[in-house]
Ligand binder design. Structure first.
Ligand code: ZN
Length: 234
């Protein structure tokens, strides 16, 4: 199919657009007739269903909250998941109603952190069939990070300190546990290499980004991303 690249859209000139220079629009592949299975579909293993509670920062009866396996550029990036293997459109009324409650609760918890102005909530679901919502904290005062490109900036900004990150996780976990469930993230006590699991001696888990495929919030592609942020493609 012949292809004339369309003009570069106006948003590439917005102050919030993370890149500058000369761009051209990438050529689109032809659509596939049958889309590949997502994680948790057909024969593909579901990372969420096979992850133990200690891979999460907070767990309740029907919901769990997960962090990345290391600090990233934004003050907080969290994922809210159902315990059951369901996608958004499959939620029964109880879970659908609770999704609203959990979304508001988690937004408030993250917004209560020092230096957080706004929490952006996203659901893509192109990588994994197991419902997972992204919560991305936008740092206060950083006006260029407002809006659409926040998830890109997460991979561009230098990571926040390990200590601050653990403190933030512990605060959010404790906030959620005030209502129900169990907090699993603890405040930092000693300097150590970040494990992926929040209980001592836990086996290393893959990053949430790799686990979900759609993955790091930077991308909604269906393929896995490498766990290390340094390895991410821009
Ligand atoms: Zn699942």
């Amino acid at each position: 199919m012949p292809h004339t690249p369309p003009a570069v859209p106006e948003f590439t000139n917005w102050p919030s657009f993370p890149f500058e220079g000369n761009f051209r629009v990438r050529q689109l592949d032809d659509p596939v007739e049958v889309e590949p299975l997502r994680k948790g579909e057909g024969s593909r293993e579901c990372t969420a269903c096979t992850s133990p509670d200690d891979a999460y920062i907070w767990v309740g009866e029907r919901w769990r909250v997960r962090a990345m396996d290391r600090p990233t550029g934004l003050p907080m990036v969290l994922i809210l998941e159902t315990r059951s293997h369901l996608d958004l459109g499959d939620l029964p009324n109880l879970l659908a109603a609770e999704l609203g409650v959990m979304t508001v609760r988690l937004e408030r918890a993250i917004r209560s952190l020092d230096g957080v102005a706004r929490v952006h909530v996203n659901r893509w679901g192109d990588g994994s069939a197991h419902l997972h919502l992204w919560f991305l904290a936008r740092p206060y005062g950083q006006l260029q990070l407002r809006g659409t490109f926040l998830s890109l900036w997460d991979a561009i900004l230098p990571p926040i300190s390990e200590e601050q990150w653990r403190e933030n996780l512990a605060m959010v976990a404790a906030w959620l546990a005030d209502f129900e469930g169990r907090p699993l993230a603890e405040p930092p006590r000693i300097h150590w290499q970040a494990p992926a699991s929040f209980t001592e001696g836990g086996e290393a888990e893959p990053t949430a980004a790799a686990a979900y495929g759609d993955g790091d919030p930077v991308s909604i592609t269906a393929e896995e991303k490498p766990p290390a942020r340094d390895d991410r493609e821009a």
